[in-house]
Design a protein around this ligand. Sequence first.
Ligand SMILES: Cc1cc2nc3c(=O)[nH]c(=O)nc-3n(C[C@H](O)[C@H](O)[C@H](O)COP(=O)(O)OP(=O)(O)OC[C@H]3O[C@@H](n4cnc5c(N)ncnc54)[C@H](O)[C@@H]3O)c2cc1C
Length: 404
Amino acid sequence: MTRVLVLGAGVVGMTSAHALAKRGFEVFVLDAASGPAQAGASFGNGAQLSYFYTDAMASPSLALNIPKYILGLDPAFRISLSLSPSFMFWALRFLGNSTQKAFERNTTDVLELALQSRAGIAELSSKIKFDYTSNGKVTLFSSKESLRKAERLTQIKNRYGAGQIVLTQEQSLEREPALKHYGHSFAGAIWSPYDEAGDARLFCRNLRILLERDYGVQFLFNTKVLGVRRQAKKLVAVITEKEEIQCSRAVMSLGANTRLIARTAGIWLPIWPVQGYSFTIPAFDAAPRASITDTFRKTVFCRIGDRLRVAGLADIAPAGGKFREDRFFTLLATARGIFPRAGDYDGELNAWTGFRPVTPNSKPIVGRTKIEGLYLNCGHGSLGWTLSMATGSALADVIACPAN
Ligand SMILES: Cc1cc2nc3c(=O)[nH]c(=O)nc-3n(C[C@H](O)[C@H](O)[C@H](O)COP(=O)(O)OP(=O)(O)OC[C@H]3O[C@@H](n4cnc5c(N)ncnc54)[C@H](O)[C@@H]3O)c2cc1C
């Protein structure tokens, strides 16, 4: 059996391990943390399986608002400028993807990937538990203008079977009665019936059990990867803090850190960390059943069992950014303003921060590298869980079939 080392046990590493094990590889997963999805972006993300809200991050409206984001005038979005070559390399390409044409192309490319993922998630939902629900999603728009722009994209998405419907304010209330407690006014909404939700961390934890039991996948936690060793153009080992592990095949799925480890092999990846925050509280009866995305305030609400996950903020962050209390309290205040009665905001908040590994075109990077035996599955941005089953499968196809 051919052995493959998967570096990283976030949702992308775990689904890569699953796809590889299903194709008969002997899989070995390494992670610096003490368990799957314990330390990275998969731990406390927005909990949405957002198959039809795949809008690329680089867009004309984002480009228009850059001065506001740099000056810190938008509570939900910040840009910390850096003159480092790696930031400039990323930022210029990101800007190049901000035209309407590139935005629509990137959004639909990611949508196609999300649709491939959907069947895989549904299949796994019959094997592992992860508080999976299929309650659809309501995306709220504060102005008629923003709703009108989104409507155009809805028409494109509906060609892919999104089944999205534009709702007036009254129709939105009928669809999601919790909106009667919404703290602001809104112009209308888009109803996306096929979007789903669940707990990505629980998904990874239970997937580990399945992988160990059904496929004999082995896990090595508390093991930090420092780099990779190559000879000529071939991978020979993965260097960890504890030891060097000899191997001829490895996959880098280290989330926002992939960029740093790839550099040890002379590979420059256009991935930049975009920091977000979340908290998870007991849900009250007035919490929405469907997932909610408030586009103006860039905040998502999602029920996970009897809990409510609230996630938001996008800080194009300096590498190695830390949890910032002021930013977390911005999210908390924003959430209270949106749905004041949805959950227990005064108890244990389970505050969390994580880094979206964002590429300039919002598309993940999957496949081989210039080093023989070294593969990538990274750069999943704001939709890592949603896309993970598709990219895991694409990666396994490449490794299984050297001619691909
Ligand atoms: C606020 C927020 C909300 C989000 N909401 C959603 C959502 O609703 N739906 C969705 O689909 N996606 C969402 N995302 C995006 C999604 O969470 C990420 O795209 C996804 O988790 C990336 O998965 P990953 O496995 O690539 O990286 P990670 O989950 O970050 O996993 C990387 C793993 O690598 C390990 N690692 C890192 N460096 C090393 C090293 N040197 N040595 C060993 N191990 C290492 C880490 O411990 C970690 O386990 C959100 C992200 C954020 C931040």
